[in-house]
Design a binder for this molecule. Structure first.
Ligand SMILES: Nc1ncnc2c1ncn2[C@@H]1O[C@H](COP(=O)(O)OP(=O)(O)OP(=O)(O)O)[C@@H](O)[C@H]1O
Ligand SMILES: [Mg+2]
Length: 261
């Protein structure tokens, strides 16, 4: 069977800077694939291109054998591909429930919204969204906080809310951009258990960008390594961990970081 997501020779330049260079990889249905690399490697750019928020300079993206290159994002979401954002996209002054609700509504696209507003199915449609929102809050362990202001949640709960917003459209494939950033090792491990549970309960396929290596190694079946926009390795976690090119890239990046600061 063809892969759920196929990325072919995807490239993006910003002015003279090649942020992504001919990136190719596949994500099989039901799998969790990691996308890792030092800061500035092009991971978020890859997510922007796949989800249709940024147009690639070259290359193609296929989701369920549909060419989704260049979006638009509403079409991509409608096909079942959602993403979370590296820098939180929550509304602190709205309730937890309303944040997830907005996620569900905002991504339905205008034609669907018009149907909901005007048609006789209005109540039915809204009731379905309500049920979906409640289910997602339950899954993410936020049901007890549904009426709290999002801004009043702990940092860890806000990270879970970010995933809940991504799940609100009930995607087949979820792109997660550093969902565990800023969590301590125990919280990060707990987050990993939650993501694994989501896969089991929802049959969700995931593409995970994360700097917490223990989490990536534990969760992913395959890992793609990006350095300066180019794929330098793709393999199982065990093989990636002992790949000399990967070790060198990470040690080099760490030395640069130490040199900078
Ligand atoms: N809109 C943009 N305009 C110009 N340059 C950009 C833009 N977006 C990203 N870049 C550049 O592209 C490169 C890749 O950035 P990107 O955010 O994809 O990296 P990343 O792997 O997600 O890094 P991090 O781990 O720090 O999140 C960087 O050099 C960045 O400065
Ligand atoms: Mg990033």
């Amino acid at each position: 069977m063809a892969a759920l997501l196929r990325v072919e020779n995807l490239s993006k330049s910003f002015g003279g800077l090649a942020a992504l260079r001919e990136l190719s990889f596949e994500v099989e249905q039901g799998s969790i694939v990691g996308l890792i690399g030092p800061n500035g490697a092009g991971k978020t750019t890859a997510f922007n291109l796949i989800s249709g928020t940024v147009r690639p300079s070259a290359g193609r993206v296929w989701f369920r054998d549909v060419d989704i290159t260049g979006g638009p994002p509403s079409r991509v979401v409608g096909l079942g591909l959602a993403r979370t954002f590296q820098h939180t996209s929550i509304y602190p002054a709205a309730s937890v429930r309303d944040n997830v609700y907005r996620g569900a509504i905002a991504r339905l696209g205008t034609s669907m919204l018009d149907q909901l507003r005007g048609g006789s199915r209005t109540r039915e449609g809204l009731a379905r969204i309500d049920a979906q929102v409640d289910e997602v809050l339950e899954l993410m362990g936020l049901a007890a906080h549904r009426d709290s202001l999002a801004g009043a949640l702990s940092y860890g709960q806000q990270k879970r809310l970010g995933v809940a917003i991504g799940l609100a459209t009930r995607p087949t494939l979820l792109l997660l951009d550093e969902p565990a950033a800023g969590l301590n090792p125990e919280e990060s491990a707990e987050f990993g258990r939650l993501l694994r549970e989501l896969r089991g309960r929802l049959g969700l396929t995931m593409l995970l960008v994360e700097h917490h290596m223990a989490l990536v190694m534990d969760l992913c079946e395959r890992i793609v390594v990006l350095v300066q926009g180019a794929r330098i390795a793709e393999d199982t976690p065990a093989a990636i961990a002992r790949d000399p090119a990967v070790i060198e890239a990470y040690l080099g990046a760490e030395e640069d970081d130490h040199a900078r600061g």
